[in-house]
Design a protein around this ligand. Structure first.
Ligand SMILES: *Cc1c(COP(=O)(O)O)cnc(C)c1O
Length: 396
């Protein structure tokens, strides 16, 4: 195959492009994870992730994809037969529900239309009916990566409290963390799940649990049979910066670099940058005459935008054309929306010019694939970028 000039645009909503600084950090020689030099690496990563989750409670790091940390969240706190209330925001919420079922839990799945976040009122209503407190946990996806919708996590906490219900609140923020606002302690989350390859700008391979004191207590006496995922096994060695088994040493170098970069930019500016790029992308979609999948105003994701394909046109054929001609990878539609939507990732290490390149490539792809559209998307996005101050410039 002949070489393709220029950088590939990896515009799927995770893995996101890895910054050169992070790649360089990862390329350092692997060290003895039980030797004296490792403690600093481990401690910096564990403490650093507390800052990213905005918690003063517990954080655990697994050499696993996000799915592993999903399992860790459930296995440490819940026992076979326990009821859990989950909300169908999209494909990832559905996968987490299926995992709960396979682990022997009894998930109740509140149906959703895949066009918005979890509905706190529906959760409160179900919890109020549960007078015997059989539901042990409420699980929601913060940023539903299959649809581009955000759940109001703080409102879900309020719904649980207003119903006077003791259920734990578990949140999948695998794609939300470090891209959009997330506040573990302030929002009263009990267990949060995240992964390395989305907002954290790392390659895949690390995942995280943030854990409240309350969930930690629950796990000491309860949970299901587990070994690899056990928080207690982790917390001993973690106290001095070590792990019970071989950690992802080089990914931890990268993680410490990524955390430093996020603070150099400022988390609030990182979040504002994502919101601004999302607003510009939505403007482009509307100007093309296409529809954004998220239909709930205020719940549109800063991480990605899922775009509905016009009737009779294949989203996957369009994505293949865009990849072939313009070297841009766009996200596919998953399960219920397979071939019906494509997803534009605008997360991670990303700037205005990269967004223009991405949207320019999408618009060219629409032309090339013969998808009916108006040719005004890129210009509409430019207008938004021009009107909304750049958080990076405003800070100077
Ligand atoms: C990516 C993602 C997952 C799956 O994570 P893996 O690292 O692929 O195991 C789960 N939930 C959400 C919301 C995601 O974005």
């Amino acid at each position: 195959m002949s070489r393709r000039a220029g950088r590939h645009f990896l515009q799927i909503p995770g893995p996101s492009a890895v910054p050169d600084r992070v790649l360089r950090a990862i390329s350092a020689q692997t060290i003895d994870h039980r030797g004296p030099d490792f403690a600093e690496v481990g401690r910096t990563a564990l403490e650093g992730m507390k800052g990213i989750f905005k918690t003063s409670q517990h954080v655990f790091i697994y050499p696993a994809s996000g799915t592993g940390a999903w399992e860790a969240a459930l296995a440490n706190t819940l026992s076979e037969g326990d009821r859990v209330l989950m909300y169908e925001t999209g494909h990832f919420a559905t996968l987490w529900m299926k995992m709960a079922r396979r682990l022997g839990l009894e998930p109740e799945f509140i149906e959703g239309d895949w066009r918005g976040g979890a509905d706190p009122d529906a959760i409160a209503e179900r919890l109020r009916q549960d007078k015997a407190h059989e539901i042990k946990a409420v699980c929601v996806v913060h940023n539903e990566t299959s649809t581009g919708s955000v759940s109001p996590v703080a409102d879900v906490r309020r719904a649980i409290d207003d119903a006077g219900h003791p259920a734990l609140l578990m949140v999948d923020t695998i794609s939300g963390l470090a891209s959009i606002d997330f506040r573990f302690d302030e929002w009263g989350v009990d267990v949060a799940v995240s992964g390395s390859q989305k907002g954290l700008m790392l390659p895949p391979g690390l995942s995280f649990n943030a854990v409240s004191e309350r969930a930690m207590e629950v796990s000491k006496a309860g949970g299901m049979r587990r070994s690899y995922w056990d928080w207690q096994d982790m917390s001993g060695p973690n106290g001095t910066g070590y792990f019970p088994y071989t950690p992802g040493t080089n990914l931890l170098y990268g993680l410490n670099e990524a955390i430093a970069m996020l603070h150099e930019e400022g988390l609030d500016r990182v979040f504002a940058r994502h919101q601004r790029h999302a607003a510009a992308t939505r403007a482009a979609v509307r100007a093309w005459g296409l529809e954004v999948l998220c239909a709930r105003q205020g719940q549109e994701s800063g991480v990605l935008t899922a775009v509905m394909m016009p009737e009779g046109h294949s989203a996957d054929a369009f994505r293949a054309t865009t990849l072939e001609h313009f070297d841009i990878s766009l996200g596919n539609g998953l399960s219920k929306v397979a071939d019906k939507v494509f997803r534009i990732g605008h997360l991670g290490d990303f700037n205005d010019a990269m967004l223009m390149g991405t949207l320019g490539g999408v618009e060219l792809g629409l032309r090339k694939a013969g998808v009916p559209h108006q040719k005004d998307g890129v210009r509409a996005a430019m207008d938004v970028l021009d009107e909304m101050p750049s958080p990076a410039i405003a800070a100077e």
